[in-house]
Design a protein around this ligand. Structure first.
Ligand SMILES: [Zn+2]
Length: 110
């Protein structure tokens, strides 16, 4: 379950950024193609944050939709196209968004 390690990293970063203050909110960005499951993160969060300054923090997740740029005509399209370019009908391209997974910001107690 790799979400456990990811959640641990996020909490470590949040706690070190908070510098001894209590973490009240954690804002995460999760891309559609990151392979990270929000529900798993939420589940792990409760376990991993226990007895840390991040315990009980509100977890806020921003999802990023996948964007694929066609290798032939540079049109961009999403996952709903199943890899087929809507402009030229060719398959394949470069993923330009959707692989994100990072800690965007935290909120701490005043
Ligand atoms: Zn195309």
């Amino acid at each position: 379950m790799h979400e456990l390690g990811l959640t641990q990293n996020i909490i470590d970063m949040a706690v070190s950024e908070a510098r001894d203050r209590k973490v009240t909110g954690i804002n995460l960005v999760i891309g559609e193609l990151s392979g990270v499951v929000e529900e798993s993160i939420r589940f792990c969060f409760d376990v991993v944050s226990k007895d840390t300054p991040a315990a009980g923090a509100r977890l806020c997740v921003t999802k990023v939709a996948a964007v694929i740029r066609c290798a032939s005509c540079s049109s961009t399209f999403g996952l709903e196209r199943e890899g087929l370019c809507p402009e030229c009908g060719k398959r394949g391209g470069e993923v330009t968004a959707g692989r994100e997974f990072y800690l965007e910001s935290i909120e701490v107690e005043d």
